[in-house]
Design a protein around this ligand. Structure first.
Ligand code: UDP
Length: 238
């Protein structure tokens, strides 16, 4: 029997780096497939799923601009990187039998759908996984902001931020043995203490709309499904 969940519609935000596996760059198909299986296991529970995937495994605007490229151009390249990741995730999910739509903030009709809010809602109602690509479509933003924006627009009950660690810590748990995980933390604490959950504009947007952020480990097999069923360790930001 499938575990019960109180969630009907959620946003899953992962960074582009979650798809690069041991390579250190780009897309690692077995890793993409592993993440797709995690998504499918939650889809099987009947949960409507929105996804935003970053682009940092391919290109980040800040890195480009640090090398002398115009920031806006570099940011557009970053947004295009997220489209590549979205297409890879779409292919992996569809090969597992999960219907999906890639929906881009920047229209590119031959590649994927343009973002039309009511249409996206309809896809979700029909249990298609909606992968929102090209961020917000604006430079100077991040995919964390895009995930928060779309989660609000799609009336998701929470953002699930899949990371390498099982929650928010007071310091980097990879570097410090005595790092402490928070059970719960407020948006304002995250902002004031510069806790690395999401960037400040994303946190503020979530706070102003009372959208909880649940930080959990994507490396834990079955982790996403477990968290939705209320098991495992995670941090709630609300
Ligand atoms: N980006 C942007 N506007 C957006 C979303 C993303 O300009 O609304 C660009 C930005 O340059 C960013 C890149 O796309 O560096 C990749 O996104 P992000 O850094 O959020 O990816 P992640 O770190 O989650 O992999």
């Amino acid at each position: 029997p499938l575990p019960d969940t109180k969630f009907k519609r959620v946003m899953l935000k992962i960074s582009g780096e979650a798809l690069m596996g041991p390579q250190g760059f780009g897309l690692h198909p077995p890793t993409v497939e592993r993440v797709a299986r995690e998504v499918k296991s939650v889809h099987d529970m009947g949960v409507e799923i929105c996804m935003v995937i970053g682009g940092g495994n391919i290109f980040r605007g800040l890195q480009g601009s640090a090398q002398g490229m115009e920031r806006t151009t570099a940011d557009y390249m970053g947004m295009l990187a997220t489209v590549m990741n979205a297409l890879a995730m779409q292919a992996a999910l569809e090969s597992l039998g999960v219907f999906t739509r890639v929906i881009s903030a920047i229209p590119m009709d031959q590649v994927c759908e343009p973002y039309i809010r009511r249409r996206a809602v309809r896809h979700l109602e029909k249990k298609r996984v909606c992968i929102f690509a090209a961020g917000t479509g604006n430079p100077y933003f991040t995919t964390d902001t895009a995930a928060t924006l779309r989660a609000n627009e799609m009336a998701c009950e929470a953002i699930f931020k899949g990371t390498k660690v099982d929650g928010v810590y007071d310091k980097d748990p990879v570097k410090f043995d005595d790092a402490k995980r928070y059970e719960k933390v407020t948006y304002d604490e995250v902002l004031a203490q510069h806790l690395g959950v999401m960037d400040a504009s994303a946190i503020a947007l979530a706070r102003d709309n009372n959208l909880p952020i649940i930080v959990f480990s994507l490396d834990e097999p079955g982790g996403f499904r477990g968290i939705l069923a209320g098991q495992g360790t995670y941090t709630t930001v609300n």
